[in-house]
Design a protein around this ligand. Structure first.
Ligand code: ADP
Ligand code: ZN
Length: 758
């Protein structure tokens, strides 16, 4: 009987398509194949193979590609992801199957040169200098040779043309050298050592009865040298239940040494010959972190983020699949790398909203990390100073294990936090920094320390209006105000990127030079600070500055090294950086996020403020934080000031439970969008009519989205709220199936566990 292969194609298609397997080709599940699709050829993955008499009527598979097959765990992850998020299975596959992309930038080939022994045709002084250096016969990079000889590159090129130097393409540098788990072990504090012991014991199957724990741990938690040939753990007794790797919450205040602790867990994993994945929010993936890794393990790890392109991506994938790359540090998409023998996943700053992908497949990388851990039976460590409510509840209920580092390393104190009540201690007219904060900055920089002023708003001013006619500048594609960016001399939409030159006269009434900025962004704060401290070194850190991630990483490095006095930054400075010279943090508007309709508004604000104030005093000197607020009595601000995080979380968890909000209930959002407002609204209403919510399910809306217009599309939202026991996905699937057909330009995006409510 002919064989039929079910092929999943990495496009927005929900099911696999059947193809005939031609005689002579044997296919196995996971194989990557080429297939005809309509008039063209495309690539897919074998999702199933069966024998069927109908096989002869199907179009045949063209052939198998010479790339590693998609592993069982990854196929399972794709299935799981699609089922959970309701994304088309092909879209989920597309994340795990990034094929070599011809168009992607290729790595530049490095050319090595050395003396050929042949004399040059024209022995100029410059040429002789080069040959003198090259006389030792050692292979050097072209530019290295030119530099060493003190001549321009063209001289070297001339000698190559001449035949006096011979050139060869050098092998590309390896993407990552093997990390040495025992390269430089830092002596751990007692609390850290205990945390490491607990962590490693949890991560591995228990030692057989009678064997002491010490003999089984490959590390001795920093108490001394590792025995040269530690025996591998013997397999558990057959009668004991199979080992189920846990998810572990590693909670520790900022500066407690969570990184040091999970590095030991990674080292243990590497010693056992397994691979480690450390996930970070993209922006926290800094040179500083990679250097810190290198200090501990002797080499930098392989990195994976959106900036890694072309050939390098492929080499990392291949190295990971072959098990040669032991540690990857990456942003959320690293979760879909084809690890051969994954031994641990660490999710650093697990509470970060940036782990949620908000377009395409709406998935939460922290949750998917837990799923991947389950599939691979490998432990997952969630690290945070301010864990998400979801994770905290999972730890309290015993679904996750919990390890706590209650104190900062080295007896360093957490910063003292005080409020500046903006109702009484007002900034001067037209400025945004209160006198008390200015005085504190002055003191700090006079003592040679660093100050950070934090405002979570990019640009110069969030709103621009004409003083003559009151016209407010709005995006033409979105329902947002245009944000003035003075460095760029432009008004910019933060939603769609639309930008226009800041006009000299009002585009509405024509009045000249009468536009006025309303409210501050970091650029405006920078202007104020420059006027106050003209001779101080000031750095503004905002994700939208020219130079991109590279420049940002360099500037973060400068801050870390003490190369500036005052830092002004948006939330990207709050995330996991270690600035040892920083002793003062000033929060310019602590109330920003408190009023949004987001059910996580309080939690988010608390986390952000704790993170950013926690940047202070991580070095030798103690730190302090001043928080500008109009509502010092608000529970979030009060908890921050008193340092009573436990109480805040307790109350917040109780409030969530009472309201049936996550993790005590489930949420999903349906976002309906269309080019015309009426069409979007009508489709939303038709969906609502078809919702037929059973017991335990509530459907709210459609309501116009807070961001009612984005990129020229009108948006309406429906919110589904269910009890925890309800199978949300099945309900959604049935509802969508009986709901109105999607016609014309209407789109319905499904967001399970929404993090954003805009
Ligand atoms: P966290 O991740 O909890 O914020 P880190 O791991 O970044 O904390 O540690 C905070 C600071 O303390 C870092 O500068 C780190 O190098 C230092 N540190 C932590 N533990 C140790 C240790 N055992 N020995 C030396 N320095 C340490
Ligand atoms: Zn816009």
């Amino acid at each position: 009987m002919p064989s039929v292969a079910e092929i999943l194609i990495p496009l927005a298609l929900d099911s696999a398509y059947s193809y005939a397997v031609p005689a002579g080709l044997t296919l196995t599940v996971g194989d990557v194949v080429q297939i005809p699709l309509g008039p063209r050829e495309t690539v897919g993955v074998v999702w199933g193979v069966r024998q069927s008499p109908s096989g002869s009527n199907l179009r045949p598979v063209t052939g198998r590609l010479d790339v590693p097959p998609l592993s069982g765990p990854l196929r399972e992850l794709v299935d799981w992801l699609a089922r959970y998020t309701l994304a088309p299975k092909g879209s989920a596959l597309a994340m795990a199957l990034r094929l070599p992309d011809e168009a992607a930038q290729s790595e530049t080939v490095r050319i090595g040169v050395r003396a050929s022994g042949k004399p040059p045709a024209r022995p100029t002084a410059a040429r002789l200098k080069v040959l003198a250096v090259a006389a030792d016969g050692i292979m050097r990079g072209k530019s290295a040779l030119a530099k060493e000889a003190g001549v321009s590159l063209s001289v070297v090129d001339g000698l190559i043309d001449d035949g006096a130097l011979e050139a060869t393409a050098l092998a590309p540098e390896p993407v990552a050298l093997p990390p040495d788990p025992d390269h430089a072990r830092v002596p751990l504090s007692e609390a850290q050592g205990e945390a490491v012991r607990e962590l490693i014991a949890m991560m591995n199957p228990a030692p057989p009865p009678g064997e002491p724990l010490e003999a089984f741990l490959l590390t001795d938690a920093g108490q001394g040298a590792v025995p040269a040939a530690a025996p591998p753990p013997s397999s558990p007794e057959p009668e004991t239940a199979p080992f189920r790797a846990p998810t572990i919450l590693l909670e520790g205040v900022t500066g407690s040494g969570k990184t040091e602790v999970y590095f030991e867990a990674v080292a243990d994993c590497v010693r056992r010959g397994r691979q480690a994945l450390i996930l970070m929010p993209e922006i926290a993936l800094t040179a500083q972190f990679l250097d810190r890794f290198a200090e501990r393990f002797g080499v930098r790890p392989a990195t994976w983020h959106s900036g890694i392109g072309g050939k390098r991506r492929e080499r990392i994938r291949a190295g990971v699949a072959a098990g040669e790359i032991a540690v990857v540090v990456g942003a959320r998409s690293a979760l879909f790398l084809p690890f051969a023998k994954l031994g641990i996943v660490v999710v650093d700053e697990e509470h970060e909203a940036a782990y949620k992908q908000e377009d395409g497949v709406h998935y939460h990388a922290r949750d998917m990390a837990v799923v991947r851990g389950r599939i691979e039976n490998c432990p997952v460590v969630l690290a945070s100073a301010t864990p998400s409510i979801e994770t905290r509840v999972n730890a309290e209920r015993g679904r996750y294990r919990h390890i706590v580092l209650p104190e900062r390393f080295g007896g360093r104190r957490l910063p003292d936090i005080a409020a500046i009540d903006m109702r009484s201690d007002k900034p001067e007219r037209g400025s945004f920094i209160a006198p008390a904060l200015i005085a504190a900055v002055r003191e700090t920089v006079a003592a040679g320390d660093q100050a950070l002023l934090f405002l979570n708003r990019r640009g110069y001013a969030p709103l621009t209006l004409c003083r003559a006619c009151g016209h407010r500048y709005q995006c033409r594609n979105c329902s947002t105000w245009l944000v003035e960016h003075r460095f760029r001399k432009a008004l910019v939409c933060h939603q769609c990127g639309y930008a226009e030159r800041r006009p000299d006269s009002c585009s509405e009434c024509g009045t000249f030079d009468n536009l006025t900025p309303c409210g501050p962004g970091v650029e405006r704060i920078a202007e104020e600070v420059t006027a106050l401290f003209p001779d101080k070194r000031i750095i503004v850190l905002s994700s939208d500055f020219p130079g991109g991630a590279e420049r940002l990483r360099a500037e973060l490095q400068t801050v870390a090294e003490g190369g500036c006095d005052i830092v002004i930054g948006t939330q990207l400075v709050a995330k996991g950086h270690n600035f040892p010279h920083l002793t003062l943090v000033g929060v310019l508007d602590a109330d920003i996020g408190l009023t949004s309709g987001d059910p996580r508004a309080a939690e988010r604000t608390f986390q952000l403020l704790q993170q950013v104030t926690g940047r202070a005093g991580r070095g030798e000197k103690p730190g302090r934080a001043l928080v500008q607020t109009f509502q010092p009595e608000h529970p979030v601000i009060a908890a921050l000031l008193s340092g009573d995080a436990a109480r805040f979380y307790e109350e917040e968890i109780a409030a969530r439970e009472a309201a049936g909000l996550p993790p005590f209930g489930r949420l999903a959002a349906l976002i309906v969008s269309a080019n015309e407002r009426e069409v979007a609204e009508a489709h939303g209403q038709a969906l609502a009519r078809a919702s037929e919510p059973p017991d335990g399910v509530m459907v709210l809306g459609p309501a116009e989205a807070p961001l009612a217009l984005v990129r020229g599309r009108y948006r309406f939202r429906l919110l589904v709220k269910t009890e925890r026991s309800v199978d949300l996905q099945s309900y959604l699937r049935d509802w969508i199936a009986r709901g109105p057909k999607v016609r014309g330009n209407v789109k319905v995006a499904i967001d399970v566990d929404p993090q954003s409510f805009l």
